[in-house]
Ligand binder design. Sequence first.
Ligand SMILES: [Zn+2]
Ligand SMILES: [Zn+2]
Ligand SMILES: [Zn+2]
Length: 153
Amino acid sequence: MADVSSLAASDRQTRQRTWVLDFLKQHPHFWTAQQIHEQLRLEGHTISLPTVYRSLARLVSTQAVDQRVLAGQASYRRCSTKHHHHLVCRQCGATIELSDAPLEQWVQATAQAHGFADVSHLTEIVGTCPDCQIGRPALQATANQPGREREER
Ligand SMILES: [Zn+2]
Ligand SMILES: [Zn+2]
Ligand SMILES: [Zn+2]
């Protein structure tokens, strides 16, 4: 006994989650849910902000995307799955993944020296990227999409 309507609903959720994930794959910055919502609408997708939030929560829970919270504001990025840190532009969210063996060793050695077990750590470098320093935020890069047949004024 197939419940057609709930099947259709879960199909739609899966499709909308794919839009969010595809967007993050194509634009490897940290984005807020509002920014992702805005950009998806610009690309012509019909999706609500709550759906974007729901999709992101699901993608975070399956570790498909990384979440960071700065000053109460969450942002999201499709990252590699290996352990890494972020060098993030505080203006446009441009991000470079960092891995640093000496840092990892220092963390372990410091924890051990103090007798700590089950250690985890958060390390992030935040600054202003080269583009933002010259007033060319990368967010504009997504404004010139190929399919720009905008009818509405
Ligand atoms: Zn990451
Ligand atoms: Zn920037
Ligand atoms: Zn680390």
